[in-house]
Design a protein around this ligand. Structure first.
Ligand code: C5P
Length: 233
C-alpha cells in the first residue's frame, strides 16, 4: 500500500474497527478495551494530533499564523512513538502533558489544517497490523480507514461529556470548572464539525451509539457483539 493512499485490496489487510465521536464521548475507553478483548492493536489518533500541537508549540510556531506547509513539514517529521501505552515525543514521555485542556484546544486548531492532516495520514495507517486494529478519532471511518470492517459513531450529550471530563480531572487531583468544561466541549465540537477537511460526522455505514446513559462495559459489549455479528454475516 502506498503511504497516504486507500488500500487497494481490503480483503487481505488486517481488519479495522473504527470508533469515531466527539470529545469525551468515551471512545478512547471503549476502543482500548475492545482492542484488548480482541487482542488487536489500538490507535488513539487524538494523541497524534495532541502531540502535533505540542511539537508545534515547542517549535514556537502558531497554528493560526504560521504557514500550513511549515506546520505540516514539522508534524510530518516529529519523532513520535507509542510504547506500552506511553506517548514519546522527541525522547520525552508526554503522555500526561498532552491530556491538558489547553493541548486539546491547540490540537483542534492544528487538526483543522488539511496539509497537517495529510502529513499524519501514513503514520496513522501504519498502525494497521495483524491481527487487527481498533482506531479511535474523528475521521477513522471516513478518511483514514474507509474500508473498516465495523464503523461506530459514539455520542453523548455535551452535559454528560462535561461531567465525565470533570470527574476524570478531579480523579487526577486537577481542579476544574464544569461550566467552563461544557463551554470548551461545545467550542471544540463546533470547530471539529464545521471544518472543511475531515469534519467530525457520522460516516456512511456507521452505527451510532449514544452512551449518555450507558456504562463503558455496556458500550464495549455492544461493539464486540456488533463485530461478531459482522464476522458471521
Ligand atoms: O480525541 P481527542 O480529544 O484527544 O482529540 C484532540 C483533538 O484532535 C480533537 O478535538 C480534534 O480536533 C483532533 N482530532 C482530529 N482527528 C482525529 C483525532 C483527533 O481532528 N482523528
Amino acid at each position: 500500500m502506498t503511504a497516504g493512499s486507500a488500500p487497494s485490496n481490503p480483503a487481505v489487510l488486517p481488519p479495522v474497527i473504527a470508533i469515531d465521536g466527539p470529545s469525551a464521548s468515551g471512545k478512547g475507553a471503549v476502543a482500548s478495551r475492545v482492542a484488548a478483548a480482541l487482542g488487536f492493536h489500538y490507535l488513539d489518533s487524538g494523541a497524534i494530533y495532541r502531540a502535533a500541537a505540542l511539537a508545534v508549540a515547542r517549535a514556537a510556531l502558531d497554528p493560526a499564523r504560521s504557514g500550513q506547509e511549515a506546520l505540516a513539514d514539522l508534524v510530518g517529521r516529529m519523532p513520535l512513538s507509542f510504547s506500552a501505552g506511553r506517548v514519546i515525543l522527541d525522547a520525552e514521555d508526554v503522555t500526561d502533558s498532552i491530556r491538558s485542556e489547553e493541548c486539546g484546544r491547540q490540537a483542534s486548531l492544528v487538526a483543522a489544517l488539511p496539509l497537517v492532516r495529510l502529513a499524519l495520514l501514513a503514520r496513522q495507517r501504519a498502525f494497521r497490523q495483524p491481527p487487527g486494529l481498533v482506531a479511535d478519532g474523528r475521521d477513522m471511518a471516513s478518511v483514514v480507514f474507509p474500508d473498516a470492517r465495523l464503523k461506530v459513531f459514539l455520542t453523548a450529550s455535551a452535559e454528560v461529556r462535561a461531567e465525565r471530563r470533570y470527574k476524570q480531572l478531579m480523579d487526577k487531583g486537577i481542579h476544574a470548572n464544569i461550566a467552563q468544561l461544557l463551554q470548551d466541549i461545545r467550542h471544540r465540537d463546533e470547530r471539529d464539525s464545521s471544518r472543511a477537511t475531515a469534519p467530525l460526522q457520522k460516516a456512511a455505514g456507521a452505527y451510532e451509539l449514544d452512551t449518555s446513559s450507558l456504562t463503558i462495559d455496556h458500550a464495549v459489549a455492544w461493539v464486540l457483539e456488533r463485530y461478531e455479528r459482522q464476522q458471521s454475516s
